[in-house]
Design a protein around this ligand. Structure first.
Ligand code: NAG
Ligand code: NAG
Ligand code: NAG
Ligand code: NAG
Ligand code: NAG
Ligand code: NAG
Length: 336
């Protein structure tokens, strides 16, 4: 049986006896299965055409750009309808979203990312309510962001290699988490969770920011972020008074929200960063660029931290707060 690895079922004559008959059988089998495969493809592709027009456009566009590099679901070649990507039209683009909570350093973090020539992070685009009125408007807005069609001051357009946005957990993300998760997974969006470890310091920042919104000590303008130490000092003069009746419950709620967001979205490609770590450890900025697969650059921000130094000098009713948190899981926040 030296050459006899192909077995012929009984009833079919061996090739030596009638090679033409066998060739005919094999040929018609190949043709038939070809037709079948095509029809299945057409059905699936046709459905995609109507439901996900953008995905299909991207598949076609991908073909014209991609070399033999294989298909990576996180690599995209957007073809915006509003401008031409010019010389960079075949540079791969990755999609990301920064999921965070207010006053957790995400504004600062985003200015760092945007100092990179190939990163466009478009800010808190879902702070605009109509964009998050339902799942449909949310997904449509995401399509515009990722197809590079939402022009913000952060847009680098032509040579963007990573495009994304900053998204607060309370901006429709948790309400519509099922639809958004599907979108992230089917479109290959990478997630950067950015949280603050010390939720007590975050609370101070929230109260101070809302005080600034009302009182506007900086010559009558409200500034969530500042660019000079002078401005930072003026804003830091205000010491909030923390309601100790609701303190522990508030901290627990934020902690639960953060845990829940991780649980909802943990089946996507993601990474978790903490503001304090990014502040204190320069290698975190290399990690984030590695995660986004952009060339390594030095990232810079002009923003100045408002509240620094020891905690007890930043709270009006420190003793009260100190006593309230002693012996709770949040005691550690007092020491950091
Ligand atoms: C979603 O919101 C938009 C704008 O508010 C509205 O026009 C549309 O009818 C809504 N769609 C659904 C499915 O509720
Ligand atoms: C980054 O941007 C520069 C300048 O626009 C461009 O030459 C380069 O190709 C871009 N790199 C990537 C990886 O897209
Ligand atoms: C307020 O405005 C004056 C005059 O323009 C300027 O000298 C001063 O530095 C400003 N103060 C702050 C806190 O921005
Ligand atoms: C603390 O918050 C509770 C609930 O909102 C409120 O009833 C109480 O008056 C507040 N206490 C102070 C001192 O503001
Ligand atoms: C996602 O979170 C759920 C609930 O906390 C957990 O059971 C699951 O193992 C997590 N999955 C991954 C991939 O981390
Ligand atoms: C906080 O309270 C503890 C226990 O009462 C006390 O030992 C500590 O000195 C207080 N810390 C500050 C900074 O006041």
């Amino acid at each position: 049986m030296g050459e006899g690895l192909i077995l012929f079922p009984e009833g079919i004559k061996s090739p030596k006896k009638s090679p033409m008959v066998l060739r005919g059988v094999v040929l018609s089998f190949v043709i038939l299965s070809g037709i079948y495969t095509c029809s299945v493809c057409y059905k699936q592709f046709g459905r995609q055409l109507s439901v996900f027009p953008m995905v299909t456009i991207q598949i076609l566009n991908r073909k014209s750009c991609e070399s033999s590099a294989g298909v990576d679901p996180f690599v995209h070649f957007p073809k915006p309808r509003t401008f031409s990507r010019g010389e960079c039209s075949c540079n791969p683009v990755r999609y990301f979203a920064i999921l965070s909570t207010q006053r957790s350093g995400s504004g600062w973090f985003e200015t760092l990312l945007n100092s990179h020539v190939n990163i466009s992070s478009n800010g808190e685009i879902f702070s605009v309510k109509p964009r998050r009125s339902n799942a449909t408007t949310i997904l449509r807005t995401l399509d515009r962001v990722y197809n590079l069609e939402l022009r913000t001051s952060a847009a680098k357009n032509e040579c963007t290699a990573a495009v994304g946005l900053k998204w607060m957990l309370n901006q429709g993300l948790m309400q519509h988490h099922d639809e958004i998760l599907d979108y992230f997974k089917s479109r290959g969006v990478s997630l950067i969770f950015l949280f603050r470890r010390n939720l007590l310091r975050r609370m101070i920042s929230i109260q101070a920011n809302s005080y600034d919104q009302n009182v506007k000590p900086l010559n009558g303008t409200h500034k969530s972020h500042v660019h000079s130490t002078h401005e930072a000092e003026i804003l830091a003069r205000y010491k909030p008074r923390i309601n100790t009746t609701t303190l522990v419950e508030n901290l627990r709620q934020v902690e639960d929200l953060v845990a829940k967001s991780l649980q909802y979205f943990n089946t996507t490609r993601h990474v978790v960063f903490y503001y304090e770590d990014v502040m204190n450890n320069p290698t975190k900025l290399a990690d984030i660029q590695h995660f986004l697969k952009v060339p390594q650059r030095q990232l810079i921000s002009r923003q100045v931290k408002i509240h620094k130094g020891v905690l007890h000098s930043q709270i009006q009713n420190w003793d009260d707060v100190n006593n309230t948190l002693q012996g709770t899981p949040y005691q550690i926040f007092l020491e950091q």
